[in-house]
Design a protein around this ligand. Structure first.
Ligand code: SF4
Length: 260
């Protein structure tokens, strides 16, 4: 019980630190500017306009890592992938795959719950043109590292887009794991090593990708099917860090290696 309270306190402290963070002057200015000007359709919204913490199940087997809050999505609503086209595409897929209790996400209080999944991002503030700088990503990485510490049951990490892929690998390397150079490809599955989660790479469900057909619902569903299979491969009752990847590294490059 005391352990659970400690863990809850650690989450509360982490999320408070994230929400109060002002380490990147360019992003602080941008997130507040977007929140002040607003999109016409959301003029009556009180935009969040702050860094967005991760959300989901603290006992998650699956960690989803995105890029950054959307300007009028998470930067407006204060919850990852909530209130924009990326979120519509993502949560509909997560609902079909059984990780979400509902297919929509439009507000922090909309009743959405994730089962066995936690969603975060490598950059917590909306960046201009969706492009954080290397320095901004570096500044934000400690928050992801702390989340990894607080999510002991993760067996599969799903990275959405190339930047999330690269910086998630960087997080594990910073933890001292000798992870080789890996190639980003939609549908790629990598074992990171004994005792570490599987890594599954996907294109980001941005409108740019979904409206052009680069990422289709069928392609995305195939990713989540694979994630489910990996997350539950050794039975639902296994404890933390008991998952042992097969010795033969599994690679399933089902797509091209374009960025996303
Ligand atoms: S991007 Fe991350 S490190 Fe930079 S201000 Fe936002 S929360 Fe802080």
């Amino acid at each position: 019980m005391a352990e659970e309270q400690e863990r809850q306190a650690a989450w509360t402290a982490l999320n408070a630190a994230i929400v109060a963070c002002r380490k990147c002057p360019r992003l602080v200015a941008w997130r507040e500017e977007v929140a002040r000007v607003k999109r016409r359709a959301y003029q009556d919204w009180d935009y969040w306009g702050k860094p967005v913490p991760g959300f989901g199940d603290p006992d998650a087997r699956v960690l989803v890592v995105g890029l950054a809050p959307g300007a009028h999505g998470a930067n407006r609503t204060g919850r990852m992938f909530t209130g924009d086209g990326s979120g519509e595409f993502l949560y509909a897929a997560l609902y079909r795959a059984g990780f979400a209790n509902q297919p929509q996400a439009y507000h922090r209080e909309d009743g959405l719950r994730l089962k066995d999944m936690f969603i975060t991002a490598v950059c917590r503030c909306v960046p201009p043109q969706n492009k954080p700088t290397t320095e901004e990503l570096r500044q934000c990485l400690p928050y992801l590292l702390r989340e990894l510490d607080l999510l002991p049951n993760v067996r599969v990490v799903v990275t959405l887009g190339r930047i999330a892929f690269d910086w998630t690998l960087r997080a594990y390397r910073q933890r001292g794991y000798a992870i080789p150079r890996l190639t980003f490809a939609h549908g790629a599955v990598y074992s990171l090593g004994k005792g570490l989660p599987w890594l599954v790479a996907s294109y980001h469900p941005s409108r740019q990708n979904t409206q052009t057909g680069r990422l289709t619902p069928a392609m995305f569903d195939a990713v989540w099917r694979k994630v489910r299979e990996l997350a539950y491969r050794d039975g639902p009752a296994a404890g933390p860090n008991t998952f042992t990847p097969s010795s033969d590294r599994e690679h399933s490059h089902e797509g091209d290696t374009g960025d996303a």
